[in-house]
Design a protein around this ligand. Structure first.
Ligand code: ZN
Length: 299
């Protein structure tokens, strides 16, 4: 269990391409989210699972600039969970309340479902069209994986098995293991293949158990699809990454207009803007604000 194991994702097919499969390991991604956002254990699990799902959905997008956003809008104490993934293996995200604390659930596990609560799951795909594609379903359990599976079944008519896991150390709350897999049945998939798959998944250990025992994305898919002509198609490194920058924040400040900038300058103190996705602060002194003001034009 080396701490510098690289996070990555694999795409695969099986059963004569009636099955599409994804699997990934995301310990580094989840740990980076935890430290950036000062997440408690429940928020680490909730955000980590959602980021794994988004990464698998992201690499399925066609174009370089395409992004997918998963938004859990539940009424539970964690607030909203917002995650955006690119088509090339990067992901960023945050939760409403990073320090949410709840007693363990009935299985003695982190109560992610209780933290998310009831409400809606929105999936938005920005794929270069004028309006992004958007699908909405009711949150089923709030445990993330079941909800993503339900979304695919209802909104995209793709029967899917989704498993996601984040194992948080009880000592120091660091992420010990994180990852998941997603298996999807393509149209006209024979019933027999679907039944075989269902049977395999029924007896499967949890994702974090498999990872803890030295499992890899390859070995996890092999365990499920190894006797169904599994073909690994692609291996993609994955990482937590945000595309914010000082230049982008400057542009946003200029865009608020001269009048707003004048009132910020009149306060006579530095202004700090925070990127919610990666929790990076951008501070502008009064002089820097004046320089931006000169680029904003007349009120
Ligand atoms: Zn950022």
């Amino acid at each position: 269990m080396g701490t510098n194991r690289q996070d990555y994702l694999i795409r695969a097919t099986a059963a004569n391409e009636f099955i599409r499969a994804f699997a990934l390991t995301t310990r580094g991604v989840a740990e980076e989210a935890r430290t950036r956002h000062h997440l408690g254990p429940i928020a680490t699990a909730a955000l980590g699972r959602t980021m794994s799902a988004a990464l698998m959905m992201g690499v399925d997008l066609k174009n370089d600039d395409d992004v997918v956003t998963i938004l859990f809008d539940g009424d539970g104490p964690i607030g909203k969970i917002t995650v955006t993934a690119s088509s090339h293996g990067t992901v960023k995200g945050y939760v409403g309340d990073p320090s949410v604390i709840l007693p363990p659930n009935a299985q003695g596990k982190l109560d992610v479902g209780g933290a998310v609560g009831h409400g809606q799951l929105h999936i938005m795909k920005d794929i270069g069209l004028k309006d992004p594609y958007a699908g909405t379903v009711e949150i089923q359990t709030g445990e993330i994986a079941e909800d993503i599976g339900y979304y695919f079944a209802v909104s995209e008519q793709i029967p899917s098995v989704v498993a996601l896991g984040v194992l948080v150390s009880t000592d120091d709350y660091r992420v010990r293991e994180a990852g998941g897999f997603m298996i999807q049945l393509m149209p006209f998939c024979p019933d027999q293949i679907a039944e075989e798959l269902e049977e395999k998944c029924r007896t499967l250990p949890s994702v974090t158990e498999m990872l803890r025992e030295g499992g890899t994305p390859e070995s996890i898919l092999d365990r499920i699809l190894g006797d169904m002509d599994l073909v690994i198609r692609e291996k993609i490194p994955v990482a937590f990454a945000c595309d914010c920058s000082r230049e982008r924040v400057e542009k946003a400040l200029i865009a608020i207009g001269a009048e707003e900038l004048d009132s910020l300058i009149a306060e006579g103190k530095p202004v700090t803007l925070n990127c919610g996705f990666c929790n990076t602060d951008y501070t502008f002194t009064e002089d820097e604000l004046r320089a931006l003001r000169s680029r904003a034009g007349r009120p």
